[in-house]
Design a protein around this ligand. Sequence first.
Ligand code: FAD
Ligand code: SF4
Ligand code: SF4
Length: 462
Amino acid sequence: MPNMSLTKTPAEEQAPLVRNQNFLEVSLGYTPEQAIEEARRCLNCKNKPCVAGCPVNIHIPEFIAKVAEGDFKAAYEIISDTNALPCVSGRVCPQENQCEERCVRGIKGEAVAIGRLERFVADWYLKNISAKPEKPQSNGIKVAVVGSGPAGLTCASDLAKRGYEVTIFEAFHTAGGVLVYGIPEFRLPKAIVQSEVDKLKALGVDLQLDVVVGRTVTIDELMEDGYKAVFVGSGAGLPMFMGIEGESLAGVYSANEYLTRVNLMKAYLPDHDTPLKRSRAVAVVGGGNVAMDAARCAKRMGAEKVYLLYRRDEEEMPARREEVNHAKEEEIDFRLLCNPVRILGDERGKVCQIECVRMRLQAPDESGRRAPKEVVGSNFFLPVDAVIMALGTSPNPLIRSTTPGLETNRKGCLVVNEDTMKTTRDGIYAGGDAVTGAATVILAMGAGKKAAQAMDEYLSQK
Ligand code: FAD
Ligand code: SF4
Ligand code: SF4
């Protein structure tokens, strides 16, 4: 008999005013009993609408049925059949717009907590089963992957499982892409990303860190060196700025730089000597997930006041609802319908104030979006000693500019065939944020998977 509760089984969380002082994970996840209780809410629908909402097509009802039986190992095996990073996707996937949005239990009540169940199963496996995957028999064909974010890791994993000799070239000194340098520890512990990277190494994938493709070595040089195909998963790490006065003052950061200092260089650990000034009052500009992460990190780094400045209202915020609620609970001061116009510095050239103007939303345009308009004469000042710009990112032009024949669109994203992820150059494939611009982890993983399949077909015909 299914559990007909209309609401999800809750998972425990750290209390807001405790967690905004530490970097430990916010959600504590399900216990085995809670996982079984939640799994019993699944109706095991014949037409499986939830699966169509998952970009990597996890066999959702099948894995949930195994959780309901208490067979967590079998549940893991079903998930890992199609998903190389379940510990990650179970935590950061925007489930509410994907698998859970299609769940029939969501018609009357809340959807089955598919993401929480996936996280539980992946964590259980990590904790209880020490077996690493075995290295498959090599087919002797060398393939290069540029970038070790979710797109690159997934593509590398799928190709290694098919016997290819895969080398990942990563610009940073740590593998994981945004999973390690962007998404904070309190949402995605770095040890978990490392465990997923270790599984890849067990499959025989070679990781070459501190290699900037396009500078240390070009894609053409890799091909001359015997790599028969290349996957480009170099992300979209180039930050945007507003172009307002004062953006070059000391104390103004892009969100990428700020989060990299906090996450990758571990500025939050007392024994790490990272160059990040402790700020008392911080303004974060933007309304997406990156802005929420930056604001919540600034609070945890000891700021007494953190303002979130967004030029539209809350309904229009692109950030996940859960992240917005978490940020508010953690005492981030939301200043909506508010746009910065100038950053002011003191006599030493350091940020001391931000000047803002109030906005109002106009009637919806053809796209249905309500454009914000300045309210003349509504300027006001906030005293801050740091400003973090979280306005979006675009792909770095380095690879495109050093690889003849690679076409990009007007946003600088690589042009690919959407069915195969093949670029405009033979043997070169691409996926993730480098193709879509800033998007999501699971879309990047889906693209890496699709490319691996097409690369396998291409290489087996050669
Ligand atoms: P990336 O993760 O960016 O990885 C690209 C890698 O390529 C990097 O490691 C980079 O160093 C490397 N690289 C770049 N150029 C070169 C080069 N020339 N040579 C060698 N290596 C190179 N998505 C979600 O689904 N849920 C979330 O909650 C979420 N939160 C986010 C929070 C933040 C702060 C940010 C910045 C993004 C967030 N995203 C989230 C978006 C998500 O992380 C990205 O869409 C995803 O990581 C894209 O994966 P990718 O593999 O394409 O690129
Ligand atoms: Fe849902 Fe994401 Fe898991 Fe797919 S990977 S089932 S979309 S949480
Ligand atoms: Fe279970 Fe919901 Fe999928 Fe139906 S749609 S199988 S209830 S998760």
